[in-house]
Each structure stands twice: as structure tokens, then as C-alpha cells.
Write a protein that binds this ligand. Structure first.
Ligand SMILES: Nc1nc2c(c(=O)[nH]1)N[C@H]1C(S)=C(S)[C@@H](COP(=O)(O)O)O[C@H]1N2
Ligand SMILES: [Mo]
Length: 246
């Protein structure tokens, strides 16, 4: 394991920030010692810097969320969106920009995938069902222009972003997901709508999805600006060439 950063925003069960000492105890100095690539080292330093700082959005918690999942948010709180007020906007280099409600998304053809979820920090949840609309279908409905090369995703937490190349976005195993573990996606898991990029580390699967903007170049997402791979293929990125073990 060579990196811990996507776990960085931790909340204790009480919701209070955990201190630097607790953090170091949790991941172990040994894990830090394995961080050798300069870019990842910078990430580690910036994340540890956040720990020692007073920024309430910095380092927050670790909530075992049932079924092996962990709760992640880079913000301290995230508004609730329901079927009454959820909206997904699609814009940018498309002929038909538009906004989908939850009912609109539910009315489109649904695809179910059952695959392993893999966080870049090492935890994995096998055989997790996700269900929703293929991103490729939404892109076809919007009419992607010839000049388009990439997709930028935004979230209603107001902070997290993600990206995919257009080719990646058109893969059949990339969903705008409405269901996870055979039920509507809960707020903690990014509901009512999250991205699900099955072949990549779970940081690509942006929670609380609110915007899909088609553009002409890849803009690195939240963790990617901090050094994580934009092309986050499981087992083939972030300095790994083997499968994480746990
Ligand atoms: N909006 C948003 N999406 C996010 C994150 C986040 O902090 N904010 N964390 C990412 C990371 S690093 C992981 S491992 C998964 C965690 O999903 P979960 O909270 O459902 O386990 O969400 C990803 N998507
Ligand atoms: Mo993650």
C-alpha cells in the first residue's frame, strides 16, 4: 500500500476531527515509509498538513458504514437532495444540454453491474451491485460534439470533482448510479445519485453527483490535483502494478 490520502477526510463517530497523532497511529508509520514517489510524498505532506491545521473541513473521520464500506466526504456536511429537489445538469460541448430529475433518470433504461469495489487505500468490498443509467446513454441523449474529449463531474457537496476521458466515459461499465446494494443509494453513499466507474479505484465514483460537463480536455479531479492518477485503473495505477491485498 503506497498511499492513504483518499481516506484523509475522516470523521470520528462523534463527528469531531481526529488528531494527527491518532491518524499516524491508525495508518502506521510503516505505511508512510512506503511512500516514495515524489508526487505522492507531496500529497502525504499536504494531507498531514491539513491534519495539524485547524481547518474543520480538513481531516475528519472514519465511519465504518456497514458491509465493509467506509464513509468519505471532503466536506464537513453535505445537503440532502430528494426526489423532489434532485437535479443532474448536463452541459458543455453537447447539442442538447439539459437537466434530469430523479424521475427522469429512473425512466431511462437501467443497467445492473455486480463487481468488486476497490478503494485505493486498500479496502475492498466484493460483489457489490450498482444499478443506474449508463453514462454513455446520457451522453448520446445530449449529443456530444466532435470536438469533445473529456467529461468533468461536479457534486452538490460543493467541493468534490472528478473526470474521465470521453472514451472512458463511454464504457459500458460506467454508470450514473441510482441504486447500490440493491436499494436506493443512501445519503452517506452519495445518494440519490452517484457516479460508478467500475474498473477504476473508488475515488473516481463521485458521490452526490450534480453536474456532467463535456469538454475538450481532461481536468484533474479533487484527489487527482493532489497527485492521484487520473487514469485510475484498479491494479494498474497510483504506482501499483499488483492487486491490493486487503
Ligand atoms: N463527493 C464525493 N465523492 C467521493 C468522495 C468524496 O469525498 N466526496 N470520496 C471518494 C472515495 S476516496 C471513495 S473510497 C468513495 C467512498 O464511497 P463510500 O463513502 O460510499 O464508501 O467515494 C468517492 N467519491
Ligand atoms: Mo477511496
Amino acid at each position: 500500500m503506497n498511499s492513504e490520502q483518499p481516506e484523509a477526510p475522516r470523521h470520528t463517530e462523534e463527528g469531531s476531527p481526529v488528531g494527527r497523532r491518532v491518524f499516524l497511529g491508525t495508518i502506521g508509520l510503516g505505511a508512510l515509509g512506503l511512500v516514495t514517489a515524489p508526487v505522492l510524498q507531496r500529497v502525504t505532506e499536504s494531507v498531514l498538513g491539513a491534519f495539524s491545521g485547524k481547518d474543520p473541513t480538513g481531516l475528519t473521520g472514519l465511519l465504518p458504514n456497514g458491509g465493509g464500506f467506509r464513509y468519505y466526504s471532503v466536506t464537513g456536511s453535505v445537503p440532502d437532495r430528494t426526489a423532489a429537489d434532485y437535479q443532474l445538469k448536463i452541459d458543455g460541448l453537447v447539442d442538447r444540454p439539459g437537466t434530469y430529475t430523479l424521475a427522469d433518470l429512473r425512466a431511462l433504461p437501467q443497467t445492473k453491474l455486480v463487481k468488486d469495489v476497490q478503494c485505493v487505500t486498500g479496502w475492498r468490498v466484493p460483489d457489490t451491485p450498482f444499478e443506474g443509467v449508463r453514462l454513455s446513454h446520457l451522453l448520446d441523449l445530449a449529443g456530444v460534439r466532435d470536438s469533445a474529449k473529456a467529461i468533468h463531474f461536479t457534486c452538490f457537496d460543493g467541493a468534490y470533482t472528478e473526470s474521465l476521458t470521453l472514451d472512458q466515459a463511454r464504457r459500458p461499465d460506467v454508470l450514473v448510479a441510482l441504486r447500490m446494494q440493491n436499494k436506493p443509494i443512501t445519503h452517506d453513499h452519495g445518494g440519490p445519485v452517484r457516479l460508478y466507474v467500475a474498473p477504476m479505484y473508488f475515488y473516481k465514483s463521485a458521490k452526490w453527483l450534480s453536474g456532467i460537463t463535456v469538454g475538450d480536455k481532461v481536468e484533474p479531479g479533487y484527489w487527482e490535483k493532489l497527485g492521484y492518477d487520473v487514469d485510475a485503473w484498479v491494479g494498474r495505477s497510483n504506482g501499483r502494478d499488483d492487486e491490493p491485498t486487503s
